[in-house]
Design a protein around this ligand. Structure first.
Ligand SMILES: Nc1ncnc2c1ncn2[C@@H]1O[C@H](COP(=O)(O)OP(=O)(O)O)[C@@H](O)[C@H]1O
Ligand SMILES: [Mg+2]
Length: 218
């Protein structure tokens, strides 16, 4: 099997103006990659291209040696999960429902088993007492951790985190950093995007910067 889980070759993406040009990166299985760059430099755009949430004009992205445009998007997204900056929790569902809905609907896991899986993870992350709470009753850091757990429960091979510590206080940041370190222990490949270099340095093996539309190793 190919050593690289993600290989991006000469990726270019533009909206009205050019956002990414000739981006190249090879990511090994189990690596934690950090991507920094100023706001508006194309970090979120890059993650969306990797998960086929956006099309791109030029270049190729391979997952496990396969061109992602040849992979069914829902199948790709089961393996390559993304945790967005805005958490995207369902506001009308409580924590447990937020965590189990994809397990039962997408993964077709039995409801009781899904609840057991979710509760075990919540316990591990110290959030079991929040299982019946709704997102509006949670802090930003708690919501972020729930969103990470939700992605984790889908058993992905790669998790992409978009600004996981943005807008959080110092204690919440520490909790998120702990949660991310826990992820990388589980041999999950991580791509973490942040404009906070300090956070990235704590959790990543290699750090890249997006500047002037290209990606450079720091
Ligand atoms: N759907 C879109 N249509 C047009 N321009 C967009 C769209 N999404 C993002 N952009 C622009 O592309 C640039 C990169 O955005 P983004 O990838 O979100 O940057 P970052 O995540 O690094 O802050 C920004 O200038 C943004 O305004
Ligand atoms: Mg962004």
């Amino acid at each position: 099997m190919n050593d690289y889980i993600i290989e991006i070759t000469n990726l270019s993406k533009k909206y009205d103006e050019e956002i990414l040009k000739n981006v190249n990166i090879k990511i090994k299985r189990g690596e934690a990659i950090g991507i920094v760059g100023k706001s508006g430099n194309g970090k979120t755009t890059l993650l969306k291209c990797i998960d086929r949430l956006l099309n791109f004009e030029e270049g190729t992205i391979k997952y496990n040696g396969l061109d992602i445009t040849k992979i069914e998007p829902t199948k790709l997204r089961k393996d390559v999960g993304i945790v967005f900056q805005e958490y995207n929790l369902f506001e009308h569902l409580n924590v447990l429902e937020n965590l189990t809905i994809a397990l039962t609907k997408v993964k077709k896991i039995d409801k009781l088993e899904a609840i057991n899986m979710a509760e075990a993870r919540l316990d591990k992350y110290g959030l079991l007492n929040k299982k019946n709470h709704y997102p509006y009753e949670l802090s930003g850091g708690q919501k972020q951790r729930i969103a990470i757990i939700r992605t984790l429960l889908m058993d992905p091979k790669v998790i992409m985190l978009d600004e996981p510590t943005a807008a959080l206080d110092i204690n919440s940041k520490k909790e998120i950093i702990k949660a991310i370190k826990e992820l990388s222990k589980n041999n999950i490949t991580l791509i973490i995007v942040s404009h906070e270099e300090k956070v990235i340095k704590k959790v990543c093996d290699r750090i890249f910067e997006i500047e002037k539309c290209t990606l450079k190793e720091m």
